[in-house]
Design a protein around this ligand. Sequence first.
Ligand code: HEC
Length: 122
Amino acid sequence: MGFAIGLLSIVSVATVVGAILIAIHDARGVAARGPDGIKLTAAEVHGRQLFAQTCATCHTLAAVHAIGRIGPNLDVLQPPASLVLYAIHNGFAQGHGQMPAGLYSGNDAQDIARFVGAVAGR
Ligand code: HEC
């Protein structure tokens, strides 16, 4: 009886550990892939997270399932990373448009720009 319980608990511990390992593996696999299975760098994955938090309310971008309608649809526009960076720093129309300037700066801004440049239109 003691043996059976011991065996059972070893089996259930192994099952839980296995499930956790599979979950970690899945999370990594999903995190590093964009639409069409394109590989994202760590910087682009970070940019995706920030985009989902801040930009998705106003912009459509299929890669993050964003359907914002206040700003232009980025899948249609397909802006290069340089234009995205410009828009993040300056807003649009030098702050006279509806997009606020300076939403992000430094590496955060770069990461979002790279991410959008890599996935827009995919
Ligand atoms: C409050 C809504 C809003 C948020 C938040 C927002 N945008 Fe915008 N965005 C706009 C609007 C509106 C425009 C069109 C120009 C304007 O009126 O400012 C625009 C323009 C742009 C453009 C340039 C489009 C062109 O005409 O060349 C890019 C690129 C862009 N946004 C990317 C982003 C990114 C990346 C973020 C997140 C850091 C973001 N936007 C956050 C509303 C927003």
